[in-house]
Design a protein around this ligand. Sequence first.
Ligand SMILES: NC(=O)c1ccc[n+]([C@@H]2O[C@H](COP(=O)([O-])OP(=O)(O)OC[C@H]3O[C@@H](n4cnc5c(N)ncnc54)[C@H](OP(=O)(O)O)[C@@H]3O)[C@@H](O)[C@H]2O)c1
Length: 251
Amino acid sequence: MNTRYVIITGATGGLGQAVAQHLAAQDWSLILLSRNAEKLDRIKAPKGTLRIVTDVSKPGGTSEAIEKCRAKFQRFPVALVNCAGSVLLSPMHRMDEQQYQDTIHANLDTAFNSLKEFVSACIQARVQGSAVLISSVAAQIGMANHEAISAVKAAIEGLTRSAAANYAQHGIRINAVAPGLMRTPATEQFFLSPSAVRKINMQYPLGRHGKTEDVAQAIGWLLSTEANWVTGQVISVDGGYSALRTLSRSA
Ligand SMILES: NC(=O)c1ccc[n+]([C@@H]2O[C@H](COP(=O)([O-])OP(=O)(O)OC[C@H]3O[C@@H](n4cnc5c(N)ncnc54)[C@H](OP(=O)(O)O)[C@@H]3O)[C@@H](O)[C@H]2O)c1
């Protein structure tokens, strides 16, 4: 079987690690990216995984990983998942400039730069690659205290559709997933007590918050050949949160 390499950014994060595990189980070979060498070394991953310390929010960060893959394996990565990002909940009147800029860098700059460098390399190498970006349930519906993250995730959905339109002619597929709340290092602060967890779960029509595996499986499908006629889509993986109003549970 041909070895398929996938680049996963934000690989030390909650979602990044779940995506790495799921894709490894689907016989993908992993190229894990992080800004932090120590955290990256601690990630459990199959033998042969390439770990690269780089900052994908900056121009050149992803190209560097692509070049290292080519130099080491004489192979070109055919997939990209941009799991780098952040979760900031705050009303905008309480946010400072740094928090706003950090939200843009972590989410939008990583998505734009990594996708730009991935599609450029795909075109040059005549590879029909596939990329998945990460949006959020907060991009599509108005959620209090989500102004900054909602704005950047809506931008990522626009980026997904426009880039998908542009690069379909090269056979490159670009999609996004929009998760509801998952328990990860970025959101642990919301799960501090059993009553907080109960309240979160009650907001979801399917009765629970998200697991990173739920989202990793959707990403795995989008990258697979089963989805080879799917591009420009944003797939909600949110337990029904964005689409459904169920009967009140307490009635
Ligand atoms: N958790 C949720 O409930 C939820 C819901 C909807 C959407 N999402 C989205 O899912 C994605 C993953 O979130 P997560 O919960 O897994 O978060 P996480 O555990 O904090 O992981 C995010 C990773 O992104 C990398 N990162 C952060 N800022 C960066 C920057 N400026 N430049 C480059 N890399 C940066 C970090 O890796 P290094 O420090 O190792 O570089 C970090 O490990 C994010 O896009 C988030 O917005 C999460």
